[in-house]
Design a protein around this ligand. Structure first.
Ligand SMILES: Nc1ncnc2c1ncn2[C@@H]1O[C@H](COP(=O)(O)OP(=O)(O)OP(=O)(O)O)[C@@H](O)[C@H]1O
Ligand SMILES: [Mg+2]
Length: 250
């Protein structure tokens, strides 16, 4: 059974970038098969990874509801949708990609989240790693999409607010009794000493997995719509290696 790594944190802190760097690290070190999951309705993980989304989960659900009379005999609509979504998983050379897409309304979010949960429970047997890029904030936590996470990686930018935001997500997940193996904190876009954040980090109770410097090249890659796997800067690669070693060890 594969390891599920989910990435979360405040908006714009670098969740998708970090999720992409994690996928790239696992692929380049050939640690095992990977399913990257873009669970953010405002999908960007495919850009970060440099592969095209052919079909989203929402797209499959919409298509299926249009032809609801032609379900195979003996198959429920939900089962059929799950089967079609599994067929729609995009296959890259080093990893596969599943994208949630953007549901139309709040009711649809609940439905698509429960479909996602079922799919993840199913497909986890076929991969060594699932790396999930989540939407910012806590909503999917309160909807319990996160029930089966092994490693929850909380990404903060170089700010007190970023760290506090991670602490809130951590506290909510704990309060709700969600089964998460371990929580880790990453300080991304570090542009100076870690000292001003030390107090917040120490009192957070979350293990610091490591830091990633503010890096012009990373920013440039996103500005030119290039995948993070193009990164040349060894400092970023070394940071991710260090972070992943910490995450995998514990
Ligand atoms: N270490 C870094 N150094 C410089 N720029 C970075 C770094 N990490 C991420 N960025 C840039 O910050 C921007 C936001 O990153 P990203 O999209 O990964 O954040 P996010 O948390 O996924 O955002 P959202 O909440 O919108 O999903 C991007 O332009 C990205 O290239
Ligand atoms: Mg993102």
């Amino acid at each position: 059974m594969g390891m599920i790594i989910a990435v979360n944190g405040k908006g714009g802190t670098g969740k998708s970038t970090v999720a992409g760097l994690i996928v790239d690290y696992i692929a380049s070190k050939k640690l095992g098969s990977i399913l990257a999951v873009d669970a953010d309705p405002n999908s960007t993980l495919s850009d970060v990874l440099g592969i095209k989304i052919e079909q989203t989960m929402v797209g499959v659900v919409d298509e299926t509801s249009k032809k609801k009379d032609s379900l195979p005999a003996g198959m429920t609509k939900d089962r059929f949708i799950e089967m079609k979504i599994q067929e729609s998983i995009g296959e890259g050379s080093d990893f596969d990609l599943l994208a949630m897409g953007r549901p139309e309304g709040p009711g649809c979010y609940c439905y698509i989240n429960s479909v996602l949960r079922n799919i993840l429970n199913d497909v986890i047997h076929g991969y060594d790693f699932l790396v999930i890029d989540n939407a910012a904030g806590m909503e999917h936590i309160s909807r319990r999409t996160e029930r089966i996470i092994d490693k929850m990686v909380l990404v903060s930018d170089y700010s007190v607010i970023g760290v506090r935001s991670c602490v809130r997500i951590y506290a909510l997940a704990k309060d709700m009794g969600i089964k998460i193996g371990r929580f880790f904190l990453i300080i991304n876009k570090l542009a100076g000493s870690l000292d001003p954040l030390k107090g917040e980090i120490d009192s957070s109770g979350i293990t610091l997995a490591g830091t990633i410097d503010y890096d012009e090249e990373l920013l440039c890659l996103s500005l030119t719509n290039k995948p993070v796997s193009d990164i040349k800067n060894d400092r970023v690669r070394n940071s991710i290696e260090n972070i992943m070693k910490n995450i995998m060890e514990r």
